[in-house]
Each structure stands twice: as C-alpha cells, then as structure tokens.
Write a protein that binds this ligand. Structure first.
Ligand code: SF4
Length: 364
C-alpha cells in the first residue's frame, strides 16, 4: 500500500459564492504563523522516513502563500519524507499565479491544478471568482512559459444563470485549445448555507445531465481519457494523488480540517486555524470511521465503479451470486448504463456515471 500526503492551506483572498470549504482571509503574519505550525506538524510526523507517492497542497488557495512560505513547506517535506519520485501538486487560482512564478520554486512542483471553473465572465462573476476569463488564460500561459509540464484545469458544470450550455460549450472549446494535461469537470451542487444556494437553490437535473454529457463528449473527442466520473486526462496523466484516494491507499493529513486514512481508519484534524497555530500544529486527530473487511470491500467496489477501470471479473462474479443483482447488472448493460470491460468485469458508461449513486447503492 502506498503513502501520500494532503496539506491543507486554509486561506483564500475572498469567499466564492458556492464555497463550503474550510478557508478564510488572512494577513501576512497569520500566514507566517500558520506555515510555522504546519512545518512543525510535518517535522513531528511519526511516519518520518517513509516514501511518499504523492503530495497535494490544497485548500483554500495555496497560491495565496508567498514563495518563501511554499519553499518552507516543501523543504520540511523533503527533510522528513522521501519525495524523490512523488507527484507534487499545488492548487492555485489564476489571480495569484504570480506567487508561483519563481524559477526555483516552480521546479519543485510536478503538477499544477488551476481553479478556472468557467471561461465566461458572467459565470465567473456569479460564482464570486476574482479572475476573468482572460486572466485565467494568461495564468495558464504564464505557468507553461515557466516550464509547467503537467497542468490541470478545474471546470464547473450546470451553473445557474442564462444560456449555460452555450457558455459551457465555449468554455470547453477554450479549455481544449489550451491543451492542459488534465481537466476536472464537476457538476455544481450548491451547498446549503452558501450565498449561491440562497439565491438559486438546488440545480436543475436536466441541465446537469445535458452539461455533463456535453463535457464528456467534447473532452473524449479531444483525446482525453474519461477515467473517473469527473476527471479527464491525456494518456499517462491521470492524477496520481486522486488515484490514491480512489484505490484506498494510505494518506497523511496536515493542517486543520485535513483528512487522512491509515488503511482502515479515516481521521480528520478537527480544529480551527487559530487552535492549530496555538498548538503549533500538534492536534490529536479525530477518528471519523473505522472500516472492517466487509466495509472496505464494499467501499472498494463503490470506488472502482467511479473509475473507467470499473470492477474486475472476480468481484463481478461475487456480486452475481445474488440473483436480483445479477438481473440488475444485465439490465444496466442492456440499457447501456454499463459495459463489460477487459478485466471480465463491468465499467459504467458516461450515462451510467450520471446515475452512479443509484447504481452503486443497488449493487452494494
Ligand atoms: S477559491 Fe476555492 S476554497 Fe477559496 S473560497 Fe473559492 S472555492 Fe472556496
């Protein structure tokens, strides 16, 4: 089982209208204190000396930190762990890309994940994003010019407002023309308590289906492998870090609200940023769930069905021992919601991914 690390940076310049993540604004001294606490947590890791398969700096917005902050975090990781072969990703937003445009710093990341969401200025404003479509394009080019060879673009589907499908078509065309190695395209699900939910409520199911199928078709046609419900990659460019989550590998958690997994237990660093700083990053993790063998297997089936790799023949045969489930699988294949795969098992199709929650719950 491989080991990865998730590092949470809980700061953003401003809250987006749809955001329910743990993040807030912060001045320079708070960021300094936070990075010191984070470095202390990394230096105190009981897994010191282990080889990491991937490191993911997420948030929040890691790119609101200064290059000196990011350098300190990466230095600490290099001192404590073996990251020589690790995929090292940072999330960033277009308006703060300049904090990464440092020749020495940029080479220490192997992957960049940029929160674009849309290339339409009206949609960006509705989402409360700070960048414009042009700024996103410029940020992408700036990363490329500084030598970034592996870039992901995050997009959002099924946004409220007028003419979303037309705007999405344009967004997808621009995204493809930039030729990122990876595109994540998530259906927006406005969370209660966010300003977007207050204004527009839940999104429309028909719009979600149309937007999702349009994204699948356009991105697959452009040569991207649709390897997970919401993720598309050029050949050999699947996100190593996310694949660790989807294949039940172990991952460490650093920073407030970060989640970890040790092979059968999920835990969370359950504290505010202030508490985290006050305790210099040493906070006992909260056990969220402990999975027994059967639960791990059920979860593995569920996660496998999220991937285009699907489930293998052995697992399929196991499920088929239940006659009702066997009939259900046959109905999925005959209605093109699933197809047999090379491993003798089944994988969901694009239309199947759209209703994957229902399918998975009936198969479990
Ligand atoms: S940039 Fe990301 S984490 Fe920050 S407020 Fe917007 S959606 Fe939330």
């Amino acid at each position: 089982m491989s080991l990865s690390a998730y590092i949470h940076i809980p700061f953003c310049k401003r809250k987006c209208s749809y955001c329910a993540f743990y993040s807030a604004q912060a001045g320079e001294s708070k960021k300094d204190e936070y990075v010191s606490a984070l470095v202390n947590q990394i230096m105190s890791s009981k897994d010191a000396g282990e080889k990491l398969k991937s490191v993911f700096l997420g948030g929040g917005t890691p790119s609101v930190l200064f290059p000196s902050h990011l350098t300190r975090i990466l230095d600490a990781l290099e001192v404590v762990f073996d990251v020589s072969d690790a995929e090292v990703t940072t999330e960033l937003n277009p308006e703060s890309v300049q904090n990464l445009l440092d020749c020495r710093l940029i080479k220490r990341f192997t992957r960049f994940s940029m929160g674009v969401q849309s290339f339409d200025d009206e949609e960006l404003s509705l989402l409360g994003r700070l960048h414009s479509s042009n700024q996103a394009k410029e940020a992408f080019s700036a990363l490329r010019n500084f030598g970034a060879e592996n870039i992901n673009i995050d997009l959002m589907l099924a946004l409220p407002g007028k003419n979303h499908l037309q705007k999405l078509e344009k967004t997808l065309d621009i995204a493809v023309s930039l030729s990122p190695e990876h595109i994540s395209a998530y259906i927006l699900t406005p969370e209660k308590g966010t300003s977007l939910f207050e204004k527009y409520g839940q999104n429309n199911d028909d719009l979600s289906s149309e937007a999702y199928l349009m994204a699948c078709e356009k991105l697959e046609k452009a040569g991207y492998e649709h390897y997970e419900i919401s993720n598309f990659a050029k050949k050999g460019k699947r996100c190593v870090h996310n694949m660790c989550y989807w294949t039940q590998q172990k991952y460490l958690a650093f920073g407030p609200s970060a989640c970890g997994f040790d092979g059968n237990r999920r835990y969370r660093i359950d504290c505010s940023t202030d508490e985290y700083v006050k305790n210099k990053g040493i906070v006992a993790p909260l056990l969220e769930e402990e999975l027994n063998g059967t639960e791990l297997l059920s979860e593995r089936i569920m996660l496998s069905l999220r991937l285009s790799d699907g489930i293998d023949g052995e697992t399929l045969n196991e499920i088929r021992r239940n006659k009702e489930k066997e009939r259900f699988i046959e109905s999925l294949v005959s209605s093109s919601l699933a197809k047999y795969n090379e491993r003798g098992g089944i994988s969901l199709t694009d239309r199947g991914f759209l209703v994957s929650n229902n399918i998975i719950s009936r198969l479990m």
